[in-house]
Design a protein around this ligand. Structure first.
Ligand code: GRG
Length: 292
């Protein structure tokens, strides 16, 4: 493999170029404030985990980055919209995100809602803007809609919010929430690349994404307890104050870390069955030890 860091930096740079192009192509006729809010919500601070997963899977499956670039953009737009809406007062009510004011704090609540809506719809506009869409593209766009929609990420968010006002917290409910709220958006970039490669390794990548997503969310829960505003870019210690169902509330801090280790090992085990997965192995290691 070309050096891991070189590849990672290449994916990031390529993504940032694509993102700048997509954002500078926003129609001149659209109101400036909505474009400014969309740009604010998608630039600066994001780790770009989902686009990197999309590019890494494409590379691994011999699909060019250019072929999946609109999918990588779409996933990051949908992810960013979910964060903008999650920060609204009617949801998690957070004033900070990615180390800066959350979008609704900067542009007002109505524009926060609308910027999220605009990013979601622009994601699908981008996916459909490639010339000569074929059956593989349609499969990829369908899985994006499913995994981010009412029976995917949104289902996870609904259950997550409902759990705040009940005390019937269980491990089963927790895993259901994490699998939908977090794993779905981390799995879909892998699956979209797989669709373009005629569904190669589709089921294994799905299984990998589920484990990776739950591991990722446990780390997020641990960081809520151990992190600071500076390190995590958002308000720490929020989960306990709102009776949130988290891996720490179910397993305890140490138990959550052990669960994360198990999931990390599952990820490596699944990747060992996939050819050319060295980059994904290294990336998974980095996500396992991440502090932000
Ligand atoms: C769809 C209405 C609606 C609401 C949002 C799931 C969700 C629904 C919002 C996301 C909030 C959240 C805590 C999601 C869990 C996944 C997660 C840990 C997101 C943070 O992802 P990172 O760390 O963020 O990749 P950056 O800022 O690096 O892009």
């Amino acid at each position: 493999m070309v050096n891991y860091n070189d590849k990672y930096n290449y994916y990031l740079e390529y993504f940032n170029t694509c993102l700048n192009d997509a954002l500078s192509n926003l129609s001149v006729n659209a109101p400036k404030i909505i474009k400014d809010a969309m740009i604010y919500a998608t630039t600066d601070g994001g780790k770009r985990v989902r686009p990197v997963l999309c590019f890494a899977a494409a590379d691994m499956l011999n699909v060019s980055l250019d072929r999946v670039k609109n999918f990588a953009l779409a996933i990051e737009m949908i992810h960013s919209y979910s964060l903008v809406h999650d920060d609204l007062p009617c949801m998690d009510n957070d004033d900070y995100r990615r180390g800066k004011l959350s979008t609704h704090k900067k542009f007002g609540q109505a524009n926060g809602v609308l910027a999220g809506d605009a990013l979601l719809t622009y994601a699908f506009e981008l996916c459909l803007s490639s010339e000569n869409l074929n059956k593989n593209d349609i499969d990829a766009i369908k899985v994006l809609a499913e995994y981010s929609g009412y029976n995917g990420m949104i289902a996870g968010q609904v259950l997550d919010l409902m759990a705040e006002s009940c005390h019937d917290h269980s491990e089963e409910l927790l895993i259901n929430i994490f699998t939908n709220k977090t794993s779905k958006l981390l799995t879909v970039p892998l699956l979209m690349a797989s669709c373009i490669a005629n569904k190669k390794y589709y089921d294994l990548l799905n299984e990998f994404g589920v484990n990776l997503g739950v591991m990722f969310q446990i780390t997020d829960d641990v960081m809520d307890v151990e992190g600071t505003l500076e390190s995590i870019g958002k308000t720490p210690n929020k989960d306990k104050s709102v009776n949130k169902l988290t891996s720490v509330s179910i397993f305890g801090l140490q138990g959550a870390k052990e669960k994360s280790k198990q999931l990390f090992e599952n990820c490596l085990n699944i990747l060992s069955k996939i050819e050319n997965s060295e980059f994904l192995v290294e990336f998974t290691k980095k996500l396992y030890v991440r502090k932000k």
